[in-house]
Design a binder for this molecule. Structure first.
Ligand code: HMG
Ligand code: MG
Length: 298
């Protein structure tokens, strides 16, 4: 059964922009985040505190957090791989952080330079510090359907890692189809395996649209009751460690579908589309949202 209400987690300023090669002014990033909040998004992943040598685009995250005009009721979160990342995020004033691991050892190695077990150890240390500061921690799992290095991933592998993240104290597990290979069949099978062990209210989906399946997969996730959806305005993004991966599903497209389904989300589509067009114009790139293009041509 569909949920009545969905929380959209906007990841464009982080997952979207992290892969952009051209330098982006802090002011542009800040304006994007502010426009997204103005459109009604209440969860915005605003930056990441990883090794800047690996992801140079996110090196300016301190500056983004520092110059942001914050709206009450909005969570400005940050991706953090380890204690050092947490300390940077906390000093910058992030209101929430997210740790990340993977279902496959090869991907964990490429993405975080360590094994899955080591990434969970790092998360544990980080989470103790976060608990001391009272900051909620979200957990991401990459490659929940397929891995660019290891191919198909068994649903039980996902359930296993998800339980470990939950046991560490993550309040929510975001299940990432990093390379967008899932279909409603494989995504449903994966969710069934996870939901056999983890309550629905702790689950989010994070679907990249590489094979054009993201919206169909979200529909499948809604059907099993998942009520938290990660998306990226204008379909920004890709992943530096997943060659050829395109952006997350476009937030505009998710909002349009939810409107049609009568599921509440609290986002103003026109304001959201304006935010998407702003960042596309700033980057000189095409808009990756079909809905945004359609609205612009109406
Ligand atoms: P490491 O294993 O410590 O080793 O890093 P390293 O060789 O990569 O780096 C060591 C150096 O990094 C040291 O500095 C550390 O101080 C520094 P040096 O002595 O060389 O000058 N360092 C840091 N600097 C700043 N902030 C930090 C930090 N930590 C160490 N937090 C690490 C491990 C994970 C940090 C590194 O591998 C890294 O930053 N990787 C980048 C991972 C990343 O950002 N990936 C993309 C985001 S994940 C994603 O997109 C997937 C997701 O969207 C879900 C999905 O779609 O699947 C979430
Ligand atoms: Mg992602």
């Amino acid at each position: 059964e569909f949920p009545d209400k969905v929380r959209i987690v906007e990841v464009g300023p982080r997952d979207g922009l992290q892969n952009e090669k051209q330098p982006i002014d802090v002011a542009v990033k800040v304006k994007l985040v502010e426009m997204l909040a103005d459109a009604g998004l209440t969860s915005i992943e605003t930056g990441s505190f990883v090794n800047p040598k690996w992801v140079p685009q996110m090196a300016g995250s301190e500056a983004v957090f520092a110059s942001l005009q914050r709206r009450p009721g909005v969570t400005y979160s940050a991706l953090t791989p380890n204690l050092k990342g947490f300390e940077r995020a906390h000093a910058a004033g992030a209101s929430e952080v997210a740790v990340f691991t993977a279902t496959s050892e090869s991907f964990a190695r490429k993405n975080t330079n360590c094994s899955i077990a080591e990434s969970l150890d790092r998360a544990k240390v980080l989470m103790a510090a976060a608990a001391e500061q009272g900051l909620p921690v979200r957990g991401y799992i990459s490659c929940v359907v397929g891995c660019p290095y290891e191919g198909e991933i068994r649903p039980e592998q996902v359930a296993e890692v998800a339980q470990q993240l939950l046991a560490l104290g993550c309040y929510e597990i975001s299940l990432g189809d990093t390379i967008g290979v899932g279909t409603p069949a494989s995504v449903t099978a994966m969710l069934d395996a996870v939901l056999a062990h983890i309550p629905l209210e702790n689950i989010a989906v994070h679907l990249h649209d590489t094979y054009g399946q993201a919206l169909a997969n979200i529909y499948a996730a809604l059907q099993v009751g998942v009520a938290v959806i990660d998306s990226s305005v204008a379909g920004l993004g890709g992943c530096p460690y997943a060659k050829g991966a395109s952006g997350n599903v476009a937030t505009e497209d998710v909002v349009y579908m939810l409107n049609g389904l009568g599921i509440h989300h609290g986002v103003d589509l026109d304001k959201l589309a304006a935010a998407g067009q702003f960042i596309c114009d700033s980057l000189g790139r095409d808009n990756g949202s079909k809905v945004a293009i359609a609205l612009a041509n109406k």
